[in-house]
Design a protein around this ligand. Structure first.
Ligand code: BGC
Length: 768
């Protein structure tokens, strides 16, 4: 491959040697997973593969929804799990391992990470996405991209943009206002593009404000390339192209899989008939060739020898990642870690302890190299001195299966009998595969009724400490049964090594350090998208605006079951000594606010705490969230150890997207900086004052009386007129919201159109 490549001219030059038909062929793939080769010129095909947390490389049969088999690959924790680690270094390590496996199979681009925002806990694909928070999603996604690309393998940051549901995902129009797009749905993509230059970005299936993402010139070209400086290639999601010519014009370089019957001919015809400028096609071709070039150079240079990878070592990486993916939501009555006397009995209940669910269904489904089974791993950790008794307690076939009710009843009674005399009870609950997958959304947040009935029965049968271990890809409701559990370990879907990791965490061989990357609401109805999810008649309105996740719960001062950023440890931490140092300025775009905080491990065990920095703008001309995450650091500490973490906030940390100015704006004034161990456990706060250029719009006849009065020069000019209305503060309050031109039309106020025009002239003179 590399030899052939070595004789090729650089991409843009090679474009000139191609015929129109060859160029049209190159901007579509040749099959499900390959680009089109041009043998005449020695241009090879390269292969791409899903997905974000493990490879789904299909060497024979191909599909894009996980139907057919794929090569064995390490299944690392899906995004929902690993996001809870809040550990960018760990994610980078996973990325490196993923990159090596890609090289093993000759994969040039790994189709991930998915950085869509969890707008609703119901989204069937939330397990593949990181967070409800764009800052966190961007930082974690960037780490994966860094890791994979360090191995000479590309990534595809997806799905660009506003793909936040599965329902009608190929057609629905996400109706999102500009500020919400900029503040919530785009920043993760923006951060990754600006800092890591992913080799590719994958456009979404859906429409954004009425235009297919695949044809959205503003998104694919104006924002992505011109504003953020993206230099890579835009690939379609699989089957997202509807009109190949329009998508090319919008900036979509590569169509996958190819629509061989229609696309190449349509492109050739459009160029011949003058509908499509050949230069547009040439640009896309150059990007395809650059991608091929990049990949073949990377592989050619490094892979003189075939690449192999150590499955044991990668399983170990998956294990480390799974350890940090679990979140200890609750731990009372000394339930965890399991402390068992020799001769004690531990009841392990739940089919999921024997048949673990560790990844989600669909295009990201990996054929794992091996799978840790929790009950076996627990046996291994607890040793022969402790007796483990297992009962499945429920089936995973779904509630509606024929005869399931009777069977559930039988399984439940058996589990109760087994657990009745146990010293400790550990119950594995979670969502069966049929309830959560790519392709459809959930309709409720509850665990299966049979599992909840089991939990209630176990609680009634045994009052000793009871622990629930959860396996689910997106938030499940805990509020209805929380009281029946002394401890809850949310292990998400955490990859093939999750079983061993959970065993280590339950037994105290490892200390939980995960933090929620999504809120667990009390009820589905508390989720701000509830009224507008998943939409209907082909449209979903993002009516909640920027108030997504904790931004909404905090704004409406709503109780939540477990807040964003929450997660317990077996040790305790003190967070204090907050100090803030500011340099640079908003105007100079070099603002740097260094936030330092000291974390001390005050408990008896080694552990790690995640300190989180939240910013609040208490007074602003637009409604802003009560707090927004703008920095975080994970600090690992031995007992008694202290460390200072420093996080630097830039101008953007204080800005909102102004629809008036079409830009990021910081309003001068006070900003509160709070540091905590969750969004609702803030341990220290301070206020800084920032100067910033005035954002007042120029005063015109359309400006209101209040706006004129708020402006020093406008105020002075108005006072000079000695208008009677200005002497009556009550009246000013009432008519203050009226534009000056309207007031000038009203008789008797002492302001007419000629005076207003004169005011305008004097104002212009004063400001010019
Ligand atoms: C998914 C993508 C995936 C592609 C290829 C699509 O259905 O939305 O995330 O990368 O298939 O499998």
């Amino acid at each position: 491959m590399s030899e052939t490549h070595g004789s090729l001219p650089p991409a843009p030059a090679a474009v000139g040697q191609l015929t129109l038909a060859e160029k049209a062929a190159l901007v579509s793939g040749s099959d499900f997973w390959h680009t089109t080769p041009v043998e005449r010129l020695g241009i090879p095909a390269i292969m791409v593969s899903d997905g974000p947390h493990g490879l789904r490389t299909q060497l024979s049969e191909a599909d894009h929804v996980g139907l057919s088999g794929s090569v064995p690959a390490t299944c690392f924790p899906p995004a929902a799990g690993i996001a809870s680690s809040w550990n960018t270094r760990l994610i980078e390590t996973v990325g490196r391992a993923l990159g090596t496996e890609a090289r093993r199979w000759g994969v040039s681009v790994v189709l991930g990470p998915g950085v869509n925002i969890k707008r609703s806990p119901l989204c069937g694909r939330n397990f593949e996405y990181y967070s409800e928070d764009p800052f966190l999603a961007g930082r974690l996604g960037a780490a994966l991209v860094r890791g994979v690309q360090s191995q000479g393998v590309g990534t595809s940051v997806k799905h660009f943009a506003a793909n936040n549901q599965e329902d009608d995902r190929l057609r629905v129009s996400a109706e999102v206002d500009e500020r919400t797009l900029r503040e919530i749905y785009l920043p993760a993509f923006e951060h990754i593009v600006r800092t890591e230059q992913p080799w590719t970005v994958m456009c979404a299936y859906n429409k954004v404000n009425g235009t297919y993402a695949s044809e959205h010139r503003r998104l694919l070209t104006t924002v992505l390339r011109e504003e953020w400086g993206f230099a890579g290639l835009v690939v379609s999601d699989w089957g997202a192209v509807h009109d190949r010519v329009r998508s090319l014009e919008a900036g979509l370089d590569l169509e996958m899989p190819p629509n061989l019957e229609l696309s190449p001919a349509a492109v050739v015809a459009a160029v011949r008939e003058g509908w499509l400028a050949e230069s547009v096609l040439d640009d896309a071709v150059a990007r395809v060739l650059t991608l091929v070039d990049r990949s073949t150079s990377a592989i050619g240079a490094a892979d003189a020898e075939p690449v192999t990878f150590d499955e044991d070592e990668h399983h170990r990486v998956a294990h480390l990642a799974a350890l940090e993916s679990a979140v200890l939501l609750k731990n009372e009555r000394g339930a965890l870690p399991l402390r068992t006397e020799p001769g004690a009995t531990v009841a392990v209940v739940g089919e999921l302890a024997r048949t673990p669910r560790f990844q989600g269904g669909g295009s990201s489904e990996v054929n794992p190299t091996r799978v840790d089974v929790p009950v076996e791993e627990l046996r291994d950790r607890l040793g022969s001195d402790v007796e483990i008794v297992f009962a499945p307690g429920y089936g995973l076939g779904g509630e509606a299966a024929d005869g399931a009710a009777g069977e559930d009843e039988r399984l439940r009674s058996e589990a109760v009998r087994v657990a009745r005399a146990a010293d400790r009870v550990v119950v594995f609950l979670g969502l069966p595969a049929a309830e959560e997958s790519e392709g459809f959304d959930r309709t409720h947040l509850d665990l299966p009724a049979g599992q909840l009935a089991l939990l209630a029965a176990l609680r009634e049968a045994n009052d000793r400490p009871l622990t629930v271990v959860l396996s689910n890809g997106s938030a499940v409701r805990t509020s209805t049964w929380d009281g029946d559990a002394d401890a809850i370990l949310e292990s998400w879907l955490s990859g093939q090594a999750a079983g061993g990791a959970v065993a280590d965490l339950l037994t105290g061989r490892a200390n939980p350090s995960g933090k929620l990357a999504e809120t667990i609401p009390v009820r589905l109805e508390d989720s701000s998208s509830f009224l507008n999810f998943p939409g209907d008649s082909g449209v979903v309105r993002y009516g909640e605006g920027v108030f997504v996740g904790y931004r909404a719960h905090d704004r409406s001062a709503q109780e939540v079951s477990y807040p964003f950023g929450h997660g317990l440890s077996y040790t305790t931490f003190d967070v204090g000594g907050l100090s803030v140092r500011t340099s640079g300025s908003v105007a100079g775009d070099d603002l740097a606010v260094e936030v330092s905080v000291t974390v001390t491990n005050t408990g008896p065990l080694a552990g790690a705490e995640v300190v989180q920095v939240y910013v609040r703008d208490p007074e602003c001309s637009v409604t802003r969230p009560v707090r927004e995450l703008k920095g975080f650091a994970k600090v690992a500490l031995e007992p008694g150890e202290s460390r200072t973490a420093t996080m630097t906030l830039d101008r953007r940390a204080f800005a909102y997207w102004s629809v008036r100015h079409h830009d990021w704006v910081v309003e001068a004034g006070d900003f509160e900086i709070a540091v905590g161990t969750s969004s609702r456990d803030l341990r220290a706060a301070t206020t800084i004052r920032l100067d910033a250029p005035s954002i007042a719009l120029p005063l015109t006849a359309d400006s209101t009386l209040a706006e004129w009065l708020a402006d020093p020069r406008g105020n002075e000019l108005l006072q000079g007129l000695d208008l009677p209305i200005l002497r009556d503060p009550g009246l000013v309050r009432v008519v203050g919201t009226m534009p000056m031109s309207t007031l000038a039309s009203f008789p008797g106020l002492g302001l007419d159109h000629a005076t207003l025009a004169d005011l305008g002239t004097r104002l212009d003179r004063a400001t010019s």
